[in-house]
Design a protein. Sequence first.
Lengths: 362, 559
Amino acid sequence: MASKAKNPREAIENLAKDVVKDIEKGKQPQFDVPIRSLSNVEFNKKSGTLELGNKTAERQFFNVAHAKKFLQTIEVARVAHQLLNIGKHASLRDVYYMVKRTIPNTKTDVVDEQTESDKAIEDLELLSEFSREQLHINANKMGSVAGKVIIEDAGDTIDWSRLGSGGWSVPSNVENIKFKKVDADYLIYMEKAAVWERLHEDKFWAKHNCIIMSSQGQTTRGIRRLLQRLSEEHKLPIYVLADFDPWGFYIYSVLKFGSINLAHMSETMTLTNARFLGITADDIEKYGLQKNFIKFKDVDTVRLKQLSEYEWFKNDKEWQRQFKMMKGFGAKAEIQALSARGITFITDKYLPEKIKNKEYLD
Amino acid sequence: MSQTKLGEKTDRVIAHELAKKQREVSVAEFFERNRHLLGFDNKRKALLTVVKEAVDNSLDACEEARIMPEIQVEIVDMGNDRFRVIVEDNGPGIVKEQVPKIFAKLLYGSKFHSMKQARGQQGIGISAAVLYAQLTTGRPARIRTRISPRHDPHMMEVRIDTTKNEPEIVKDEKIDWKKEHGVRIELDIEASFQKGDQGVDAYMKQTAIVNPHATFIYTNPKAEQSVYPRAAEHLPKEATAIKPHPYGVELGILLKMVKQTEKRTLQAFLTEEFSRVGSGTAKEICDNAGLATNTKPVDMEHAHVEKLMEGIKKTKIMSPPTDCIVPIGEELLEKGLRKEVPAEFYASITRKPDVYRGIPFVIEAAIAYGGNQPADQSVRLLRFANRVPLLYQLSACAATKAVIQTDWRRYGLSQPSGALPVGPLTIAIHLASVWPPFTSEAKEAIASYPEIMKEMKLALQEVGRVLGAYVNKKKRVANQQERINIFENYIPEVAGALSEITHDKKELIVASMRKMLEKNKEFILRNKATVQEVDAEGPALGKSYDDVDDEPKEEDDGK
């Protein structure tokens, strides 16, 4: 639709101008939004990432089913434009409130729930070809990092090794961060904040010359982008430490191959050389973690089956072996299960051994 | 043989004696014991019953005399739960000598054995009202009557001798009365007056609906006067009496008929006292019953009559004639509803006659939809039998069941399962028959004979279909308007946002978009939302884990 613009502000302006032009010509105002669903996502074997296909859906104003979504899209565009104009950032929640109001003469609100404005923002990303962060809309920050790294952010110089027990909070927009010094051999990303705190307290990053990073649960965009930048700009190997369950595996899958919903951003977010450090099925046997198992529920079994059928896992013998063993156990285990062997077992023995012996999955 | 005969005769005599004695002691007692059957369960209902009986009588009398009815009803509150009910008609009047018997003797009436469509049936009604007045206030009934301008008007006060069930004349005098002919009855009763669906106000209104040929002037105890002018120019066709059909006769009635007949042979009895029985059919009945055609009815015993019943059942007999039924008619029923229930849409249907248990009947239905009727409540159901509103026993009535068993969702109304539909609708159902079947002697609910239910449902379906077409068209129009409204209301919003980004004039964008809307109205109205939804997710994906890039993962419960 809008031709590639120099900056996000121009992109939004072009988008709006095109709509106004159509209206003046008496042409149905509409957006063509790429469809974000499994049916329009392809796995590019060459790049090893998920990519968005060419299917688009029309979103027409003069169509009862589309009118509201059309309005929502144009509304978030207005908000983003305003944010860019005044040079301020807003959270997804802020945008929701900036858009939410009752349409005069009706009982309808422009948006009822935040998911609606979030979706409209994703559409705007696709239409403008700029990411949410570039449009000055941020998600909540939700991650910590520590290591021998010095960066510059918003005019401040920050040393990731001197930030006390909390570490540095990763913001949702990391595009403008400058790396001044990066002294690390590798990076461990873990799904659990509690595990990060363990490693940080034990000064694991100092002893082993690495960076430790975490978010709570699913990886945020900011973290993914930061990981990618460190991986590409500083050639750091990335190790992923997650629970031994289908969801933990999926966190790795998203980091490495991309997610369906953000397939349009694969280019700037995937870590094609990420490695899965643990917890693997072999770890379970080697360290006797069976006694700390949590039994599978039906959803776990279903999810495991889905995972094993993903195109990028389907022909991977090593991963299929993991899936098969997990299915055989019919149970899952958390990273913290390692604490059963001693509180510092993970930092003293588990991680150093695994990395030294190159016990990871690619 | 002769011995048994003798014995029977003796028995009969004793039974008669007993019956006399019983009657002598118990007219008042009989009333007390049966007041719920007669419609005097409570003070509120008593008021309605008294008005109803008097109005029924007046209407029947006028129609029989082919006079367009003009009936005045007045209820006066006399305090202490006492009311004076006054009903005055312009009917043929009653000859002075008949007045005591009609008003002051229970079970006296001409209609009891007649198979003719009429409001009252057992002749118990008005005399029961007189008895009720007498028992509750001690006051006699005051009757004025005049049979023609050439005759003097009379005023009589009558009461019932409760020990003998015989009328007593308290007063009888010539009076001045301007009325050329007619009857006026005044009864003082203990009662209570309430408004609402089961009150006299509702009864009068509904009576006006199904009697569009009559004018009613009604004054309630609050001195509020309502005039229901007639909507029809002519009287309904006169109902003709028919003889009973063999299929509709029960053993008890057959026994009575056998006893009372003057016919000498069974053959003559069958052909002359029943409809649709010719000599061939009569012979067949006798053959099937194993009785000789020349059997003397007087000689027939209980066992013989039972055999005769069997014979009737085995014989194929033509259905009774149905021309004896006088329905209100589609047009007049709708007119009646129209004048009393303001609405925006009406429909009505009169079905063809059908027969239940050898008794012919006709079902009529009418509907009034919309207007100020509440849209969020159950529909209002008006039930009628032979032009008489039925106000009690709603759930026991065949009409109610027929409405519930009809699928009104097909006709654009909502309907909870096993309940009346919900919507701004009034449904009127009328059963016209020479012998409408009721669930009890109180005549409050129509009995659910399969043939009657079937006809009611067919009638409802017919009006329902017409209603459905109207409701759906209305919905479509409303829907289309709503679509247009969506765009009209969204245009300024979209234009506002666009103008903020591009700095084009909002008014100009609005104007252009309005122009497009106007131009494309037709297209928009027709255009259904068929375009694929944008964010249909792949069903196999664990949604919460595919798109959550901001939300924390759910913790396992092991923690």
